[in-house]
Design a protein around this ligand. Structure first.
Ligand SMILES: [Cu+2]
Length: 318
């Protein structure tokens, strides 16, 4: 039976589409989603995987087919036919990638926008404020641009948040300071389903704050504040990784994000507020107590083997 070429091409096309669609949804490459917005990112990634799978199968399929179909016959030393130029084919393989790139560009723009990446204050890299100075009547105007207005920011989401945490990235740790509770910690603790805004800065070199489960990554640059706003919607413990080679111990620069239930978070705040306050009180007490000659002597007398009576005599004689 001789099946027409068109039918074979059609069947191969359908099979290719089905395989690509299935693998695009079932690649299992992503960790669990722990934030609102993670799903948008994954849908974009799945679309890219679907297209990439299709392209891979076409390219590899053609190679394998040609290897078998056009294999050199034994004893055949002749050259193949010289084929050159095929305008329709060139139009097709230029047009298809162009369309694919356009779709991905628009779609990724949309996802970035939905995540809050196109917040006017966040997205505009150099806010330019015109400063116009009239020079003597209408002789002319001098226009000055001030590229750094102080509110220059990088990152995703600048909207009002339920809580804000200051993040300092230094070689080789992340330091988190809660803005409303003042708790300083080497780990990030947040309540579930609350909008959290991270105000991030780098203390020395460039770092990158990355939590794969939130599908968020942001460079942290010295001298330029950046921020990340997210809503973690799944309780758990997720790795925070520095994704910028920042020095010899870069690999050790990791910690964890803890997403707590409301009550658990309150408990954590209480526990740490108490610990912090106690520490502060102790420090304050030892700093505020005046050190007199007597108390200093008393401190050292212990080591010198002088007892209380001798000490009293010494200080009174003095
Ligand atoms: Cu780092």
């Amino acid at each position: 039976m001789n099946i027409p070429g068109n039918i074979i091409t059609l069947i191969a096309g359908i099979a290719l589409t089905l395989i690509s669609l299935w693998y695009g949804q079932n690649h299992g490459l992503m960790p669990i989603e722990a934030s609102q917005g993670a799903q948008d990112v994954d849908e974009l990634f799945n679309l890219m995987m679907t297209i990439a799978t299709g392209l891979f199968l076409i390219v590899e399929g053609v190679i394998v087919y040609c290897m078998i179909r056009f294999r050199r016959k034994k004893g055949d030393q002749t050259d193949g036919p010289g084929i050159e130029g095929n305008v329709p084919l060139e139009i097709v393989w230029t047009a298809i990638p162009t369309v694919v790139v356009f779709i991905l560009a628009l779609y990724s723009f949309e996802v970035y926008n939905n995540l809050g990446g196109l917040d006017p204050e966040t997205s505009r890299d150099f806010p330019q404020e015109e400063m116009q100075m009239a020079e003597g009547g209408n002789q002319g105007k001098m226009v000055a641009y001030n590229p750094h207005q102080g509110h220059l920011s990088l990152g995703i989401g600048n909207a009002n948040a339920d809580m804000e945490v200051d993040v300092n990235g230094i070689q080789y740790a992340w330091i988190f300071t809660g803005q409303d509770n003042g708790i300083v910690s080497g780990e990030l603790h947040v309540p579930v389903n609350k909008r959290v805004k991270l105000n991030m800065k780098a203390g020395d070199v460039i770092h990158a704050f990355w939590v794969p489960q939130l599908r968020l990554k942001q460079d942290v640059l010295p001298g330029r504040d950046s921020n990340l706003t997210f809503i973690a919607n799944r309780e758990g413990k997720y790795p925070i990784i520095c994704a910028e080679l920042c020095g010899p111990y870069h690999g050790g620069m990791k910690t964890f994000l803890y997403v707590h239930s409301e009550e658990e978070y309150e408990q954590w705040v209480q526990d740490n507020t108490f610990a912090n306050a106690q520490e502060k009180a102790d420090t304050m007490a030892s700093l505020s107590a005046p050190i007199t000659d007597e108390s200093r002597l008393q401190m050292h007398s212990h080591h010198l083997g002088i007892d209380e009576d001798v000490l009293k005599q010494l200080t009174i004689d003095n």
